[in-house]
Write a protein that binds this ligand. Structure first.
Ligand code: GLU
Length: 304
């Protein structure tokens, strides 16, 4: 398959969409991101890589980090995690508070903010230790030792994260948070602030295309059954409340973030990361979603 030719054609086709989306500004540090950016990387389990656009630009991965912390939690805690967080799509926005009250502080899934906050609590071993563990994990699976937190973004989230703070305290009132809300939020804000480019992101998700094994090192990152579950969760809950539309148009498990990144997985073959900061009304990259729709159309590689 000539992926290079395919992604170059996609780049041409999505150009009119690139500046049409809205860059997230509810986290003020993100609002500075130029709207005219686009990058796409395909990384195969056989070690090939195909790139187009601004692939060396780092961006804030935001909610995509929820896959990394969930991977750590699945390894650390196992099935007990599911006593504290559900596995169903929420049908509400990613930062919604309403469901939490009538569902007694048990978030619907680990990819909405409330669920990710519970996951960060579940892996908490101290602020410094946990942040370090997350960073080491992301460096290991991406193969890039220079990856880091963007302290400006993390601080901006801390200052303006009143809804997340409300959520964490609300969850704690239902006894579903073991640590102090501020300690857990420090982890959560930092994991969201991790900066990567699309090459790093595609590399980081390759284990999910390879039954949990990092194809570059042979290391088992997640067991086979857990990998199946992670991909299923991404398919059903990974794209906010536009997850049905994404499954309909793209047909791959994926995860998005309000920094404009989306990463998707073709099991057995490849991972594909795309970045364009302008978002649609659901918080997913506008050009990025279209690019992935065109990708599975031209490469005929949706899982369905
Ligand atoms: N840090 C962001 C927030 O909590 C993550 C949002 C996202 O990418 O979905 O609001």
């Amino acid at each position: 398959m000539d992926y290079q030719k395919i992604i170059e054609k996609i780049y041409d086709e999505v150009k009119p969409l690139i500046e049409k989306g809205i860059v997230a500004d509810y986290i003020p540090a993100l609002a500075k991101t130029p709207a005219n950016k686009f990058a796409m990387t395909v990384s195969t389990v056989n070690g090939e890589e195909f790139c187009v656009g601004d692939v060396d630009d780092n961006f804030s991965i935001q909610s995509i980090s929820k896959v990394f912390t969930l991977t750590i939690a699945m390894n650390m805690i196992g099935d007990d995690l599911w006593k504290r967080v559900g596995r169903e799509p929420s049908g509400n926005s990613f930062n919604s508070l309403v469901q939490l009250e009538y569902e007694n502080g048990i978030p619907r899934n680990p990819f909405i903010n409330a669920g990710a906050i519970v996951v960060s609590d579940a892996i908490f071993e101290g602020r410094g230790k946990t942040k370090n563990k997350i960073l080491q994990f992301v460096r290991e699976i991406s193969g890039n030792n220079t990856l880091s937190f963007d302290e400006e973004v993390a601080e901006s989230e801390r200052i303006f994260g009143n809804k997340n703070r409300a959520m964490a305290n609300f969850i704690k009132s239902f006894n579903n948070l073991n640590n102090l809300a501020d300690d857990v939020l420090d982890i959560y804000f930092h994991q969201c602030s991790i900066c990567m480019n699309t090459k790093d992101l595609a590399h980081s998700f390759l284990f999910l295309a390879n039954k949990g094994i990092n194809p570059k090192t042979g290391d088992i990152i997640l067991g086979t059954r857990k990998t199946k579950r992670m991909n299923s969760l991404m398919l059903t809950c990974g794209l906010y409340d536009a997850v049905g539309d994404f499954a309909y148009r793209v047909g791959l498990p994926g995860k998005s973030g309000v920094g404009g990144g989306i990463v998707a997985v073709v099991p057995g073959e490849l991972s594909v990361a795309v970045w364009s900061p302008g978002l649609n009304k659901y918080g997913n990259s506008l050009a990025g979603t279209k690019a992935l729709e065109l990708f599975t159309t031209y490469a005929n590689n949706s899982i369905f």
